[in-house]
Write a protein that binds this ligand. Structure first.
Ligand code: NAG
Ligand code: NAG
Ligand code: NAG
Length: 266
């Protein structure tokens, strides 16, 4: 009849701990007879839970728990590891050369046979170094605007918008660019202006929309040059027409290296 005891204990434990089948079995296996007690619940924390860093830089994550004597503690990540520091109840991990736009990091602590986890997210981004709108070029009745957005990452989350007065004249989302480097982006847009458009300043806006964190930068305003003959020809155009659009992307690997060097000296 003694062999019935472990079975009924297993069922009892299963009712008390509905989560984690394997942990449950391990706990049941460790419990020795009816006098055994189940382990006290414990917590695992990772700090910070969210970090936004410059591409190529490193970050420290501190994983702590309330377990007095952990059986084990580990970190799961795609990122490259650096140094590790530890103390009672915590381990701090250095992660190097963060380049992916978004990385999830998992900290696992096992206490008395039960494993708990905490997750952190690391994002890498770089706000534009500058947003520069070149003086417009007028050919025939068409203005060509060229906007440069420099040293930006991740380009796939960038939207470049041209505005005249309060109105959007052109906007482009660059989500098709998946590169893992800082980049220079040049947006080219040609259009016909109506005479009354000519007095309104034109600006170029770069917006990085990073999962809720929005980073904006804008160029200085410029005014479209007016010539007598261009006024006559543009007067014929009833509306602004996007005639030519182009995006030029220059990937700044050389710059990124320099950027990292500068950071490691800081
Ligand atoms: C890690 O976190 C623990 C608990 O919050 C703290 O006592 C310890 O000083 C931290 N270690 C580092 C290196 O920040
Ligand atoms: C830190 O880690 C080392 C190596 O794993 C271990 O021997 C030491 O006991 C740990 N120190 C603390 C305070 O947990
Ligand atoms: C990006 O633009 C900046 C400023 O115009 C320039 O100094 C840098 O060389 C450019 N990088 C590349 C890779 O073209």
């Amino acid at each position: 009849m003694g062999s019935l005891f472990p079975l009924s204990l297993l069922v009892l434990l299963a009712a008390a701990y509905p989560e984690g089948g394997s942990a449950r079995r391990r706990r049941a296996a460790r419990t020795q007879g009816p006098g055994g007690s189940s382990p006290a619940p414990f917590w695992v924390r990772i700090s910070p839970e969210f970090a936004a860093v410059r591409p190529g830089s490193s970050v420290w994550l501190n994983c702590s728990s309330s377990c007095p004597l952990p059986d084990g503690s580990s970190l799961r990540t795609q990122l490259r590891r650096g140094q590790t520091l530890n103390g009672t109840g915590w381990v701090s991990y250095q992660l190097l050369d963060v380049r992916a736009w978004s990385s999830d990091v998992l900290c696992l602590v096992t206490c008395a046979g039960e494993t708990r986890r905490a997750t952190a997210r690391i994002n890498a981004y770089k706000e534009p170094g500058s947003v520069i709108l070149e003086p417009p070029v007028l050919v025939g009745s068409e203005y060509t605007l060229r906007c440069h957005v420099t040293h930006v990452f991740p380009v796939g989350f960038l939207v470049v918008t041209l505005r005249r007065g309060g109105q959007v004249i052109y906007s482009e989302s660059l989500e098709r660019f998946k590169g893992l480097d800082l980049a220079n982006v040049t947006l080219t847009h040609a259009f016909r202006a109506r005479p009354h458009d000519l007095w309104q300043p034109v600006t170029c806006h770069a917006r990085l929309n990073l999962d809720g964190l929005v980073v904006r930068s804008s160029s200085a305003p410029i005014t479209l040059p007016v010539r007598a003959w261009s006024l006559t020809s543009t007067a014929l155009a009833s509306t602004s027409i996007a005639a030519l659009v182009g995006v030029l992307l220059v990937v700044g690997v050389a710059y990124l290296r320099k950027c990292q060097l500068m950071q490691s000296r800081e």
